[in-house]
Design a protein around this ligand. Structure first.
Ligand code: SAM
Length: 455
């Protein structure tokens, strides 16, 4: 590995928990692999593995498998996430043990690591809005959130400043900010090649802009979680000092077990608390996180009065898709009716006026000439009815389906069927008797060449 930047090592010398020798030695080793399980798609995977101590659904893997070749991964049974980044679970569980009725915004959400984690912690009546400003990345985010399968996670694609109009709307805002990426030196050689002091300064300015833009959308006493995968104080402690200068905030501290190896730090000017993760001390990659509480009153959020858009006719037609059809059925875009929880209709009304909603609730599809044309999302949803026709498949057939190849199943009942692997849905096929149409969206297809020895 190329040498670590000397100026960075120099800057870190005074930081609590930084041990230069252990840090350099850790960069001689490959990163640790870990995954986080989806609690609503528990099929008993990785039960014997070592657990990530600060996240009950996180486990370490001894080797990195080819995840693309595991249909359970495609079914949303787990998400591949490095262990330090799972720490928001401990933070949120400590600060907000009751997660009912919350509105949460994950502002910089792609590809979806923090969002899938937070979605799993929230009560079903809470709403998570996962936002990603870059369109191409927003589509990966949407794919990952669809795979995770929750009705109360929505996806938007907006600039942070667009949320400012939602005064005091969110109980929690997570800003996992774009950063200089030094915490990922072990995972990504490009992060080391591209690192520079100038880029750190540029990122620090951008982080302030993002925070200032979204600040009005946080309610009084609401929680701001700020995180980066950078080691640079300019992107971490200095940002906390800046927040404390610009706004009325306090920091929140949580209990940390010593054996976790996480360092508690204080910002130099205002003594705001943050948590640092140094490889060599923690079993994970470089990470910084802090939780702050807003201590000022924004304007009262505006909720438009509205007449419910619930469509009872569609409920009768498409209700069979869901385990509990007692939700709202609403046409959210030209190509989809969606199901959403009744308590979230006001959010739909408010959000659609301000942001671009890519995924609202659970996409259900559309009525077709003779039957219902089901959306792919239903097959992956934890709310799908257990009575939907399905075809259980083995690993070979599952991979064929995911490559949009012939499944090699000689006889199939006619009609719409969900392809299920280990009890989890992967997508739809429609059998016409003499042929089978594969409805896996083209951009979800596995493109990797698979040889017989791979599986
Ligand atoms: N939270 C994600 C996760 O856990 O998977 C990782 C987020 S990554 C550290 C930062 C994200 O911020 C990227 O997806 C990037 O596209 C997005 N981003 C870049 N510029 C931005 C900006 N000006 N405002 C908001 N987000 C931005």
């Amino acid at each position: 590995m190329k040498g670590l930047p000397v100026s960075l090592l120099r800057e870190l010398k005074g930081v609590n928990g930084f041990d230069e020798a252990a840090f350099i030695a850790a960069h001689e080793h490959p990163p640790v692999t870990s995954v986080r399980l989806n609690p609503y798609k528990d099929i008993g995977l990785f039960t014997a593995n070592e657990k990530v101590p600060w996240c009950s659904s996180g486990v370490y893997l001894e080797q990195r498998p080819v995840f693309t070749l595991d249909p359970s991964y495609h079914a949303g049974a787990y998400y591949v996430q490095e262990a330090s980044s799972m720490f928001p679970a401990h933070l949120l569980n400590s600060i907000l043990p009751d997660k009912k009725g919350l509105r949460v915004l994950d502002l910089c959400a792609a590809p979806g690591g923090k969002s899938t984690l937070i979605a799993s912690l929230l009560d079903r009546d809470s709403l998570l809005v996962s936002n990603e400003v870059i369109r191409t990345r927003a589509s990966i985010l949407e794919e990952n959130m669809t795979r995770w399968g929750y009705m109360n996670t929505w996806v938007t694609s907006n600039d942070p400043r667009d949320f400012a109009r939602l005064h005091g709307y969110f109980d929690v805002i997570i800003v996992d900010a774009p950063c200089s990426g030094s915490g990922l030196f072990r995972k990504d050689a490009r992060a080391l090649d591209e690192w520079s002091g100038a880029n750190v300064n540029m990122c620090s300015d951008r982080q302030r802009r993002i925070l200032a833009d979204v600040w009005p959308a946080l309610k009084e006493d609401g929680i701001l979680i700020y995180a980066t995968c950078s080691y640079s104080p300019q992107e971490n402690e200095h940002i906390l000092d800046w927040l404390a200068t610009e706004f009325e905030v306090s920091t929140l501290s949580v209990e940390i077990k010593e054996e976790w190896g996480i360092a508690t730090v204080a910002s130099p000017e205002k003594g705001m608390t943050g948590y640092r993760f140094f490889p060599g001390k923690v079993k994970g990659e470089g990470f910084f996180i802090a939780a702050l509480q807003k201590k000022e009153a924004p304007e009262t959020p505006y909720f438009p009065r509205f007449k419910s858009a619930h469509d009872k006719k569609i409920q009768l037609q498409a209700g069979y898709l869901l385990r509990d059809p007692d939700v709202l059925f609403i046409q959210t875009d030209k190509e989809n009716f969606s199901a959403m929880r009744p308590e979230h209709e006001a959010d739909w009304m408010a959000l659609q006026k301000v942001v671009y909603l890519r995924k609202t609730g659970l996409k259900l599809g559309l009525p077709a000439a003779k039957d219902w044309l089901p959306a792919h999302d239903v097959a992956l949803s934890i709310d799908a009815s257990d009575n939907l026709p399905c075809i259980p498949v083995n690993k070979d057939q599952a991979l064929r389906f995911l490559k949009r190849e012939d499944l090699g199943i000689p006889e199939m009942d006619k009609g719409w069927q969900i392809i299920r692997y280990n009890g989890l849905g992967l997508g739809w096929v429609k059998s016409l008797g003499n042929r089978v149409n594969n409805y896996l969206p083209k951009h979800w297809r596995i493109r990797m060449e698979i040889t017989d020895t791979d599986w």
